[in-house]
Design a protein around this ligand. Structure first.
Ligand SMILES: [Zn+2]
Length: 244
């Protein structure tokens, strides 16, 4: 069940049986020469919708632009400043709480969002305290850290996973959007690794946008397995969170 495809009476009926909503969080950022700009938003949305459809819980609109300043050296990237993301998450949470939602599960698709999401959750709790509003609980999870998914990634890609433009995330988009698959010469095949600071430094360290990865390993079969494993784990975790 998707919020954007529901009418208000349907949302009201949902609220009479559950106060929990799942919000996919993504980023619009370069993913190397072969990865889609929307990879992080698309992966989180796909896994969230699969889980929501199978288990009957509500999936909110995708919070699709995140914290991607370090990718700004590459065409197409859009970023929020951290303070904008925190403020926007707070506005989303206040709106949902106003209607009676009490459990907000943020399924994240971009590692670079993690610190800002945690700060956003702190700001949401701050508002709850000072508004003396109804209690709200948040949980944030990176989809590749759902129970069992990390092990599956290590089995599928024992080498070449890296940390950005990874074969696992690109496999998910290959599986879901085969018509949008890209090919390019990757040189070196395994991208360099290193720390992440600002966008100018990022492009100097990682000239084609990848970090430590070999996305030529990506394939639709792996993507299918990853979506199945992540959505099954997500259903279990979301249902426990909704009850708690
Ligand atoms: Zn990504």
């Amino acid at each position: 069940m998707q919020l954007v495809m529901s009418s208000w009476p349907e949302v009201e009926a949902y609220l009479s049986r559950s106060k929990a909503i799942l919000i996919p969080v993504g980023s619009i950022e370069q993913h190397g020469p072969t990865g889609l700009i929307g990879t992080d938003a698309l992966c989180a949305e796909l896994i969230a919708r699969r889980a929501g459809d199978e288990a009957g819980f509500l999936v909110g609109p995708t919070f699709n632009v995140g914290m991607a300043q370090h990718h700004m050296g590459f065409a197409g990237t859009i970023t929020l400043r951290p303070s904008t993301m925190i403020a926007t998450m707070t506005d989303w949470a206040n709106s949902l709480r106003h209607h009676g939602f009490e459990r907000l599960y943020w399924l994240n698709g971009h590692g670079g969002n993690s610190g800002t999401i945690q700060a956003g959750i702190t700001a949401i709790y701050h508002d709850t305290t000072f508004a003396e509003a109804a209690p709200v609980r948040c949980l944030s999870r990176n989809w590749w850290e759902l129970p069992g998914v990390g092990e599956l990634i290590r089995q599928l890609f024992p080498t070449g996973e890296g940390s950005h433009a990874t074969p696992s995330e690109i496999s998910v988009t290959r599986y879901a959007f085969p018509e949008s698959a890209k090919t390019a010469e990757l040189s070196p095949r395994l991208a360099p690794i290193g720390p992440v600071f600002d966008a100018i430094d990022f492009k100097r360290r990682f000239p084609d946008g990848r970090i430590g990865s070999d996305p030529s390993l990506a394939n639709a079969t792996a993507g299918d397995m990853l979506v199945a494993a992540a959505s099954a784990a997500l259903i279990a975790e979301f249902e426990a969170f909704a009850r708690g």
